[in-house]
Design a protein around this ligand. Sequence first.
Ligand code: CTP
Length: 396
Amino acid sequence: MLANKRLVFGITGGIAAYKTAELVRRTLEQGARIDVAMTEAACRFITPVTFQALSGRPVYTDLWDPRVPNNMAHIQLSRDADAILIAPASTDFIAKLAQGRADDLLSTLCIAKGDCPLLIAPAMNREMWLNPACQRNIQQLRDDGIFILGPGAGDQACGETGDGRMLEPHELLAELIAFFQPKLLAGKRVLMTAGPTSEPIDPIRVITNRSSGKMGYAIALAAQQAGARVHLISGPTALPAPYGVTRTSVESARQMHQAVMQAASDNDIFISVAAVADWYVSNASTQKLKKQADGAAPALEFALNPDILAEVAALPNGPYCVGFAAETDQLVEHAQAKRLRKKVPLLFGNLAQHAMNADDTALVLFDDEGHEQWPAQSKTQAASQLIKAIASRLYT
Ligand code: CTP
């Protein structure tokens, strides 16, 4: 998602600097190139050797670095960069940026950056964050066109709890990726379902399926990164809520149905990715079913679950509906029939035996024009392509 992006990571003095090591690693996995510049205080928390080993490139700490051909690291580093990220950004460094001071390599580099976008991830004690001087400086940075990422709230290294924690590496990575994404769904409201559903047999046992939620969660994140406000209604999965997405957790198909119908009319787009159980156990027991002396199996009875996607698609003035079809055979025939039966303009199909719980998928797009096979790719890449396909149909 960050292929060919050239980034400069600036690290200032704060205990959160240890998280930046993980962030470098994860950002490199997305295809970026990273140059690291550290302040003197940052080197007290974590060494340049760590970042040199992780980034595979020399680390810059000195304004007078003789390794740079013209001895101007502060100019060279930002010249071919797509963005600079300061993480962690200390209270002192934020004050320096607000005042336009340039007394070390990193602050000089930020002043000399020209048009290169600057993003900062503040990290400090909650009282320092709330201090009027710090808030004034943050406002100044916003006015100067600098992007402020976070901070988050929670337990702090000092033992206190509140605002001021640096965002977690996966959250900063999501922010970085979002920064470079075209805002194809800016201001749009997207409702989604994802994951399996789980139908109780008794208080202990359930009937469920092999859906991991990976595809739906990747689409939720891609929609959020494209500028949409995303509400994800999810069956039980092991996945954390995608960064910046509102998640409502449900278990059964009927709970999912109720949550979706409550929210459907307030949304512009509905993307139905969940593997919804077709039936629920209509004689589910309120007590644990015990084995019978004669070995007889329990006589489960089933009733049909509501078809959530078809119901949303039938709403007058409802959202633009996108369906999914996981098939094991005759993908094109089944998916085409499903799209017409559910009356949705756009549907994506894949082969369940390859896609379920996998990290990659080969989607087939179905619409009024016919169908189009997409290559096998990561679910993250497929999600981004899918958002483009939706946006191009709705908001060309
Ligand atoms: N879906 C839904 N509610 C259901 C069943 C399915 O909203 N009760 C949605 C799924 O989220 C998906 C699409 O409908 O977007 C197709 O789901 P799938 O399980 O592939 O198809 P079914 O409608 O269940 O048909 P069949 O079991 O015959 O394949």
